[in-house]
Design a protein around this ligand. Sequence first.
Ligand SMILES: Cc1cc2nc3c(=O)[nH]c(=O)nc-3n(C[C@H](O)[C@H](O)[C@H](O)COP(=O)(O)OP(=O)(O)OC[C@H]3O[C@@H](n4cnc5c(N)ncnc54)[C@H](O)[C@@H]3O)c2cc1C
Length: 472
Amino acid sequence: MISLSQTIPRAARSLAVVSLRFVILGGGPAGHQAATYAARLGATVTVIERDVFGGAAHLWDCIPSKTMISTGGAISFSRRIKGMGLEQADPEVDIEALTSRISGIQNDLHEDIVQLLASQNVRMIRGTGRFTSTHSVQVDGPDGSEEIVFDAALISTGSRPRIPDWCEPDGDRILTTRDCYPPRVFPKSITVIGSGVTGVEFVHMFSSFGADVTLVVSRQHVLPGKDPEVAGVLEDDFVQRGVKLLKGARAQSIERNEDDDGVIVRCDDGRVVRSTHAVLAIGSVPNTENLGLDAAGIESDAGGYIPINHHCVTNQPHIYAAGDVSGKLPLSSVATMQGRKVAEHVMGLHTIEHRHLDYDKAASAIFTEPEIADVGLAEAEAFSSGRKIRVTKVPFSTTAKALINNDPRGFVKIISDPATGVVLGGSIVGRHAAELISVLALAVTANLRVSDIVESLLVHPALAGALAEAAE
Ligand SMILES: Cc1cc2nc3c(=O)[nH]c(=O)nc-3n(C[C@H](O)[C@H](O)[C@H](O)COP(=O)(O)OP(=O)(O)OC[C@H]3O[C@@H](n4cnc5c(N)ncnc54)[C@H](O)[C@@H]3O)c2cc1C
């Protein structure tokens, strides 16, 4: 075990002989990461989870969506193989096989997490937890109820899809993102409401499986807040696939159409869309009601999120919040890193090796075709703040590997400081963008210079060649 003598916080120091009792509500990415790491550092950890260890991320969000997108991607790839000297293939979807592929991956990941928690002697309780005081939670589950006393606690109960008051999802034709797995049927036509990251991923997914898709876009571009050049490449792909973009429109009602068993979406500008299905992708709300926050004296904001400081500490110094409930970036990767930081802080490690989480340096990806990924400072952000930057851009069409892959779409853009050469940010649009962005994420986090990328001996032929060129 590490030496905690210098570093353990006051609350934990008085318990130095007895191991710190750490209780976690919610076993998603934030919760299970905090649990394994804190247990490894010597805490006595209990995780309470009402559904599945692995969280909504594994059950409904990242894992099933990315699995379906990967199968959809194989279909769209097969449509391009003619350009690779092959006969055109026309794959047919086998829903049963796809469903068991999704659940197979979910089961494998779930087993890995349970084994990892068990190997660190983490106690796992199935049930719903809520605070009963500043130092206790009650769990109600299939095995009865139990009161657990803690020295430190973490709230990592995640979020769920936001449902507006103008529509009532029925799980059959009017769907939330969670109603799409396992796929019972593939919609013949679907209207996607919301053109943020989740919305565009669903457009990509359903259109790959052959549905007629309409996307309701409240602004003039998809992906509000992203680089317009990046959004433009995605819109071009959507238009090529025959996706209808309803720009500048807000959905204001969705009803079942009894005549043809479909749905009617009405927009605020009078436009009406008919399709067999509609799916809402308009954000999420935190799971913080019924948690007994008042009993523990924990504050939440008007949206139900729990404010935290840079160590993920709430207004109660021994209670932490991490993941989607914290209202920071709603990403699994961020939740996981917050969980790790919580474990370090709760065990007093923050004073020796803790680096504050800088949310502005988080890499993120959109799993469309082409993929989109970015990190750090955006070009538009730099211009609006008046910051001087150097922007270099290289299209993949000049990269040997992109031509070999028969997919020259997209580009690499690097934003650096003109005086020092330090990499400040970048975006990548194209095949494997979600993997390639790791190079820029490392550069941004470690304050590397463009010359560090140029002088790396990279593989050839590889898409990363475009990164080295853009860094020149
Ligand atoms: C469609 C979709 C796709 C996504 N894809 C990606 C992606 O590709 N990459 C990415 O980084 N992010 C993705 N996200 C975001 C990602 O899923 C979330 O940011 C992530 O799941 C947050 O992790 P978390 O630990 O906060 O909570 P969650 O994963 O939501 O887990 C919270 C857990 O807490 C449990 N819980 C809730 N209340 C209680 C209670 N009272 N007692 C006990 N247990 C409780 C829940 O059952 C749940 O298992 C996606 C989101 C959506 C909607």
